[in-house]
Design a protein around this ligand. Structure first.
Ligand code: SF4
Ligand code: MG
Length: 322
């Protein structure tokens, strides 16, 4: 399978008055055509920064180094904003975390699409036709075209954004916490819809970002765990859920209550501690202040992300022979 995205030592920082925030600090990750990769981690671990920076890095966010290759040909760390706009929607698209902000509130969807047609240099009637087709796919009536985003419910707005993001069949669709603001029934529908987008080859692949392991379970082929700006574990859904190797992944998995557990709240093992500040991350393994297994080496040296068994990568000294 061809690679849709390959990140190597990818770094994205923010310049702030108080210093530099190392939000994405050397990420390695591959996404192949036809797969859904779920990226999990607590808020503030760099997931949204990674997503936004791949599509359009906005100051004070800036790409510091490493490589981000899209469809094996486009080096995202080297292209300018003009080229980014050109590939946007055609090769890569983002459904942002705050979908409210994705559409201008005071423009009818039809007007938004006319502007988009101008931007993309295509006939606007043709684009409206394409959008109407997409509306069927996301199960919305065509009257949406003449509505303002503020007239739409959260779930409807989410589906309009999905319809727009998939108009040109991008190779990579990135969805950032796409279900967090939705009720449970709509969540389920949206997860099925995302899976269909990949299975029906409407999009080449999907990076699905969430802090909710339950939704990853329903949709992903592989899981990548992100902690303090780094990917610390990657593997197939089954392997990672059944036998996670990184203590942080285990903690995340144990923190989801099962049905029986929800009756025995006292037995729940929540996530102890908080993620570190990315102004000045801890030396060595960034998880060491929270890790029950931390050893001397963990406080000094950073563990590399290594393939421990076929397709299962982890960055943890517990699993690294030295
Ligand atoms: Fe814990 Fe050490 Fe592994 Fe980090 S490297 S997760 S501190 S055991
Ligand atoms: Mg986020």
């Amino acid at each position: 399978m061809s690679k849709v995205l390959k990140l190597e030592k990818y770094k994205v920082y923010y310049k702030t008055f108080s210093g530099v925030v190392k939000a994405v600090d050397g990420v390695d990750l591959e996404i192949k055509r036809g797969e859904v990769v779920g990226v999990i981690g607590e808020s503030g671990c760099g997931k949204s920064t990674m997503a936004q920076s791949l599509v359009l890095p906005k100051p004070p966010m800036f790409i510091v180094g490493g490589s981000a290759k899209l469809i094996e040909t486009i080096e995202l760390t080297e292209i300018d904003n003009r080229k980014r706009k050109e590939i946007l929607l055609k090769h890569i698209a983002l459904i942002p975390q705050y979908v409210m902000d994705a559409l201008p509130a005071i423009k009818k969807i039809r007007t938004f699409l006319k502007d988009l047609a101008n931007d993309k240099g295509i006939d606007h009637e043709k684009l409206i036709e394409m959008f109407t087709e997409r509306l069927k796919l996301v199960n919305l009536p065509s009257k949406v075209l003449d509505m303002y985003p503020i007239e739409l419910s959260g779930g409807m707005r989410q589906r309009v954004v999905i319809a727009i993001s998939t108009l040109f069949n991008p190779d990579l669709l990135i969805a950032d916490e796409p279900t967090s603001a939705l009720d449970v029934v709509t969540q389920r529908y949206v997860l099925e819809l995302f899976r269909d987008l990949v299975d029906q080859k409407i999009v080449g692949s999907l990076m699905f970002i969430t802090h909710d392991i339950a939704s990853i379970r329903q949709i992903a082929d592989r899981i990548a765990t992100m902690y303090a700006g780094k990917i610390v574990e990657v593997g197939s859904l089954e392997t990672v859920l059944k036998s996670p190797l990184h203590p942080y992944t285990s903690m995340l998995i144990k923190s989801i209550p099962t049905i029986e557990q929800s009756y025995k709240i006292s037995k729940l093992s929540g996530l102890a501690g908080t993620p570190p500040s990315l102004f000045n991350p801890p030396p060595g393994c960034r998880f060491h202040p929270r890790c029950p297994f931390a050893m001397d080496i963990c406080r000094k040296e950073e563990p590399p992300l290594l393939e421990i068994e076929p397709g299962h990568f982890v960055a943890c000294w517990l699993h690294t022979r030295r």
